[in-house]
Design a protein around this ligand. Structure first.
Ligand SMILES: *Cc1c(COP(=O)(O)O)cnc(C)c1O
Length: 368
């Protein structure tokens, strides 16, 4: 007699566990540039604020993240009632799918989009609808054309990860205007702070429209990825729906304290932004200089650059990835996301960025 084992739901069986950026290499690690982390770390003020609350570790955190929502409201000119905080913006992206979609419903994302969107879609039994992009950039017309009566949610990151590409403000406004008002449009702005020009951050519109949710994170420019803090702005009925599905104590006390302190440290944030943009331009120039070997830097508005390699040898993305790993440099090889020609390199410190640029040049010169 066979003994029946618990069966996972078929839509869970269709999922893959999230494959994170690597954190070990074939040599002692000299640069970890695989997860778009801020290499300068949190603001010293955020570190002090976390230390100051550690002894309160036996108390549950403020379930409403009140002081954090007030600080965000002050900084961004948003009514705190329209703000919700999450265990990273990942939790918020998942909450949105749980609150608004289920089996039989469709959720749209772009082909080279953030991997969490597919996971959030499948977890609730909804069907992912993947829209083609144009040269690694989202295609507004194609997204709008993919909307059907079954569409419940559209996820789009601007600028986008893993491509780094930015949709101009006019395109984002056209998307917002074109989506039916009963379909939730999620504008994921995890990299907003690294954009220099022509940006629609959606924050004002998210307060006034019934169906726009803007998500932001403390994991990138604030350097607080380990604390898991994200936030979103939306209409009050959407906030009320998300409040039903979120974990009651979802942002830790240290996370809330760190985030409030970090928001007030413009000196640190300006330094991170300036250095990231400067080193991004440097790395882009280094990749452009390898253009004869077939490398192409996709123009980036984020704290990373996507490199497209030739389809076949002698110089390939797989070859470069192996070379870099053998030299202790960890980047993100995107074969797992159906981009076998692409390597994504996060912007590190000046030393790390120069090290990866030099190693890439050595690889190309040795292979060509
Ligand atoms: C890094 C990233 C996030 C942030 O995730 P957290 O859960 O807040 O750490 C969200 N969206 C995109 C597109 C990202 O790249």
């Amino acid at each position: 007699m066979t003994i029946a084992a618990p069966q996972m739901k078929p839509w869970i069986e269709a999922m893959h566990a999230y494959v994170p950026g690597k954190s070990s290499a074939g040599a002692p690690v000299v640069a970890k540039l695989s997860s778009n982390e801020n290499p300068w770390g949190p603001s010293p003020k955020a570190i002090a604020a976390m230390q100051a609350v550690i002894a309160e570790g036996h108390r549950y955190p403020d379930p409403a993240s009140t002081s954090l929502r007030e600080a965000l409201g002050d900084k961004y000119g948003v009514n705190p009632a329209h703000i919700i905080c999450g265990t990273g913006s990942d939790e918020i992206l998942h909450m949105i799918a749980s609150a608004f979609a289920g089996p039989g419903d469709e959720i749209i994302h772009v082909r080279h989009g953030f991997a969490v969107y597919e996971g959030a879609t499948r977890r609730v039994g909804a069907t992912p609808v993947v829209v083609p992009d144009v040269d690694y950039t989202g295609d507004i017309n194609a997204i709008l054309a993919a909307v059907t009566p079954a569409t419940r949610v559209i996820y789009i990151a601007n600028p986008n990860n893993p491509t780094g590409t930015l949709l101009p403000a006019a395109d984002i406004r056209r998307l917002i205007a074109g989506v039916p008002s009963d379909v939730v449009l999620v504008l994921d702005c995890a990299y907003a702070e690294f954009v220099e020009v022509d940006y629609e951050d959606g924050l004002a519109l998210a307060q006034s429209l019934p169906n726009l949710i803007v998500t932001r994170t403390f994991s990138k420019i604030h350097g607080l990825a380990a604390q898991r803090i994200g936030w979103a702005v939306a209409a009050l009925p959407i906030i009320a729906a998300l409040d039903r599905v979120r974990g009651p104590f979802n942002v830790t006390t240290t996370g809330q304290a760190a985030a409030v302190a970090s928001l007030a440290d413009d000196t640190h944030l300006d330094m991170v932004r300036r250095e990231t943009i400067r080193l991004r331009a440097f790395l882009e120039g280094e990749i452009v200089a390898l253009g004869n070997a077939g490398l192409r830097a996709i123009p980036s508005a984020c704290n990373f650059i996507l490199i497209e390699f030739p389809e076949s040898g002698p110089v390939t993305a797989a070859g470069a990835n192996k070379w870099l790993l053998d030299h202790g440099i960890i980047c993100r090889y995107l074969a797992v996301q159906n981009m076998p020609r692409c390597l994504r390199i996060s912007i590190g410190t000046e030393t790390e960025t120069r090290t990866v640029a030099a190693a890439l040049r050595d690889y190309v010169e040795g292979a060509a």
